[in-house]
Each structure stands twice: as C-alpha cells, then as structure tokens.
Unconditional design. Sequence first.
Length: 134
Amino acid sequence: MLGRLNHVALAVPDLGRAVARYRDTLGARVSDPLALPEHGVTVVFVELENTRIELLEPLGENSPIAAFLARTPRGGMHHVCYEVSDIRAARDRLVAQGARVLGDGEPTIGAHGKPVLFLHPSDLFGTLTELEEV
Ligand SMILES: CC[C@H](C(=O)O)C(=O)SCCNC(=O)CCNC(=O)[C@H](O)C(C)(C)COP(=O)(O)OP(=O)(O)OC[C@H]1O[C@@H](n2cnc3c(N)ncnc32)[C@H](O)[C@@H]1OP(=O)(O)O
Ligand SMILES: [Co+2]
C-alpha cells in the first residue's frame, strides 16, 4: 500500500530562522513559504535528492501544530508522509483495521495540491502519519 516517503515534517517556532539554517548553513535548496490557512500552517519545503523536509510554522488561531510547539518549544519532528496511489482505498483498509483518520475522514488538498489525510499518532507507534495520493 505504501509508496515513497514524500516528506518528513518538522514543526519550528520561527520559519525564517529555520529557512536560513537549512539554506545558508546546510546549503539546501528551499522553496518559498506557502501559507495554508485552511491547514493552519505556513510551509517551506527543503528539497533533497531522495525526499523532502517540510518546515511548518503555526498560522492563525487554531493551528493543529500549536499544542505540539507548546510542548516542544524548540521544535521537533511532527509527522511523516507516505505516498499512496489510491487514498480512499488506503483509508478504508486502515479504518477496517482499527486506525483512526483525523478530521471527518475525507481527504483534503495538501501543500502539493494533492489529496491528503492524517492518521492518529497513537495508532502508529507515536508518529503522526500523513498519506498523500500521487
Ligand atoms: C496538509 C498540509 C501540509 C502537507 O504536508 O501537505 C501539512 O502537513 S499540514 C500539517 C499540520 N496538520 C496536521 O497536523 C493535521 C493533523 N493533526 C492534528 O489534527 C493534530 O495535530 C493532532 C490531533 C494529531 C494532535 O493535536 P493536539 O496536539 O492539539 O492534540 P493533543 O494535545 O490532544 O494530543 C493528543 C495526543 O497526540 C500526541 N501528539 C500530538 N501531536 C503529535 C505529533 N505530531 N506526533 C506524535 N504525537 C503527537 C500528544 O502528545 C497526545 O498524546 P497523549 O499520549 O494523549 O498525551
Ligand atoms: Co505534511
């Protein structure tokens, strides 16, 4: 069911500082910031040879990463994202096996313009997991 690792996401308290560190210190290629108010985050992608790092900063009053950053104020690994070819088939299979899909269970459109959904970290060994249909 799982395809490639699409990205590993890091929640950061200051996106500008994180971008500068990845671009200037680590010499990485980084995208422009993209505000996603419907997801409560601003994102920047660090492009690597084999995958991406997604840098996330809270946006707005009800950001889903606000509580995470309150617990880990220096930032930290927030989620992993795997590619799937049929996100609804993947969801149905996971739900049938007891995994919880966050939100109303329907995919939303993510940062790459593709359908995404999130699986509860408690069902995946403490790791919040995103699926993206490619
Ligand atoms: C889609 C656009 C973009 C893209 O890639 O295309 C993105 O990735 S946007 C990313 C931001 N969006 C989301 O994260 C959406 C899904 N997330 C959520 O709905 C929440 O973050 C949620 C429900 C996972 C956690 O919310 P919150 O922290 O407010 O809940 P709790 O404080 O009640 O925590 C419950 C429980 O879960 C543990 N937890 C929370 N976040 C994480 C995490 N990132 N990784 C691992 N575990 C996490 C938390 O510690 C609590 O554990 P407990 O044992 O019950 O104390
Ligand atoms: Co993501």
